[in-house]
Write a new protein. Sequence first.
Length: 323
Amino acid sequence: MIKKIGVLTSGGDSPGMNACIRAIVRTAIYNGIEVIGFIRGYEGLINNNFIELKRESVSGIIQKGGTFLKTARSERFKTIEGLKLAIQNLKNNAVDGLIIIGGDGSFKGAIELSKHVNLPIIGCAGTIDNDLVGTDFTIGYDTAINTAVEAIDKIRDTAESHDRIFVVEVMGRDAGLIALRSAIASGAEAILVPEIKNNIDDLILKIKNWRSSKSSKIIVVAEGDESGGAFKVGEIIKTHCPEFDLRVSILGHIQRGGNPTCMERVNASIIGFNAVKALINKQSNQMVGIINKQIVFTPFEKAIKHHQTLNKDLVELIDVLSS
């Protein structure tokens, strides 16, 4: 029987994590379960740094970005010594179940932890990259793409005023999903993403053939693109198309912050609620996701396998609508 659960946020922060924590805490308390929150992810687990979480602990946080439990990437957790300390602290605190809100690296840590301790562990998909298998939208993705679109819309105002090309870099070291949807929504003329092998010559040809009536041209680049990011792409374009006025803009960590969208808050709440229910139902080593508006549970091993391809229809959509 589950009497006490621990919760932590790990890896990169993402908008909606607080909404998820709130749902976890209140669902657990509703079911007579105590909750403790470990501070700064796996580091908090190793250092036994935690706080007791009550209903009032999570009041007024649903609208806030980031994570009030803090987060970190823990190198110590990757060592046997760090892992043993974490396990001992879970036992000392009589934790019966653990919920981890994070992404790829966080769930790899959960897999390793599960090999050494008989403790049910449930994951909540929290990453702006949306690069986990087993959910349509990860916690943070919707807010991140809306932030990117808002920024690109403002950049286009300047681009149109000066007849410029703007190369805009969005986050996405291993996945181009932020680039894909923000490019469609902002009416971008082209995208460069890690999943697609890019022929820079094709991009240059496309630029040279753009209609003269286009007063602005936006190229969205995922940071992990093989061409080397926005600055490198900008240099290549300047070399081959010196007649164009070009600027580069890196959106950076602005995409991780800000108030979560309505959809984000609702999805994060649903995921947190179902994470607690999963522990009560004795499920373990699975990630909670939402596919076609239905709750889905995916084993950690499958969830961390990144999407290898982008939706070809959406990629084609950009080419057609930007012509």
